[in-house]
Design a protein. Structure first.
Length: 310
């Protein structure tokens, strides 16, 4: 099975009231762990690349690794997605370079500027057979080059969401209902604006919505990082049950990045602490890969509800 777009994935997810996991990838071990989990769980999966990952690993290396994943797991529907593309030029390069899906993030611009940029990207991508995700509303937090202070975050306006989708022709829309990027998502009790989500879903019936900043920041990995020399105090994510609920309300794609970083880092720290003489990268990167596989499989089954959907 070649790389696929998210179109059929999202149609099935919307009808089945589940979400497809979109996992950020940076190297071979992360990709392998995710694909092994998807194969075990018989789940569709989106491998997504941020601008930062693309700068780190280079476009050609990442696409060739994903080609390997497709060959290794031919029965798993795999989409390759650009996460947080910030310009037409970057989105064009990714479409031309084999990505089946791109996100144009114009949320930092005015409503009209966001529409104009998104229209331009959608027209180009659709002509090449790729699909487009956009964002309306602004999430707080830090992820690669995306830095938004809490006071500048804004929730998605339901009426604006309808106008935005109609005028841009995008294929999915990332909305802001209280999630945020990074490991520090809530200072107090976690809350998502499900009333807002319900309203948007009603107004855009059948249209796939996306949640960014949706890592659960698994306490086990935070504690392990801190135990073995890390400094991640007070980290808190989105509870699994909230994300499971969102997947039943029109959210067809849920992004996960921070949990991948924490899983790999915690396992590497533990491996090196327990075996100070180790210097073979395969020993600690292999442990990180195993941690990612186990964690992603758990999310597919218990949070995304997308296991056995192939």
């Amino acid at each position: 099975m070649p790389l696929v777009t998210t179109t059929e994935m999202f149609t099935k997810a919307y009808e089945g009231k589940y979400a497809v996991g979109a996992f950020n990838v940076n190297n071979m071990e992360i990709i392998q762990g995710i694909i092994e989990a998807a194969r075990e769980e018989e789940a569709p999966v989106i491998l997504q690349v941020s601008a930062g990952a693309r700068n780190y690993a280079k476009h050609i290396y990442l696409t060739k690794l994903v080609e390997g994943a497709v060959a290794d797991a031919p029965d798993v529907p795999i989409a390759l997605h650009l996460d947080h593309g910030d310009s037409f030029e970057l989105c064009k390069a990714c479409v031309d370079g084999g990505f089946t899906s791109v996100m144009i993030d114009g949320s930092q611009y005015t409503f009209e500027e966001n529409i104009a940029l998104t229209q331009k990207v959608a027209a180009y991508a659709h002509a090449k057979g790729a699909v487009v995700e956009a964002e309306l509303g602004t999430l707080a937090g830090i992820e690669d080059d995306v830095h938004v202070a809490a006071e500048y975050a804004s929730f998605t306006d339901p009426a604006q969401a309808v106008e935005f989708v109609e005028r841009t022709g995008v294929d999915s829309l990332a909305i802001a209902i209280g999630t945020s990027h990074g490991a520090y998502k809530f200072k107090g009790t976690p809350q998502l604006d499900f009333q807002r989500l319900e309203k948007i879903s009603q107004l855009l019936s059948g249209f796939p919505l996306v949640l960014h900043g949706a890592s659960t920041v698994i306490p086990e990995f935070v504690e392990k990082c801190n135990l073995y020399g890390g400094k991640i105090p007070g980290a808190q994510g989105v509870p699994e049950q909230m994300l499971l609920k969102a997947g039943k309300m029109g959210v067809c794609k849920i992004n996960v990045d921070t949990d991948l970083r924490l899983a790999m880092t915690a396992s590497i720290r533990e491996t090196l602490a327990n075996d100070p003489a180790a210097f073979d990268p395969r020993s600690y990167l292999g442990a990180g890969r195993d941690a990612i596989r186990t964690m992603v499989a758990h999310k597919m089954s218990n949070m995304l509800n997308c296991s056995h959907r192939i």
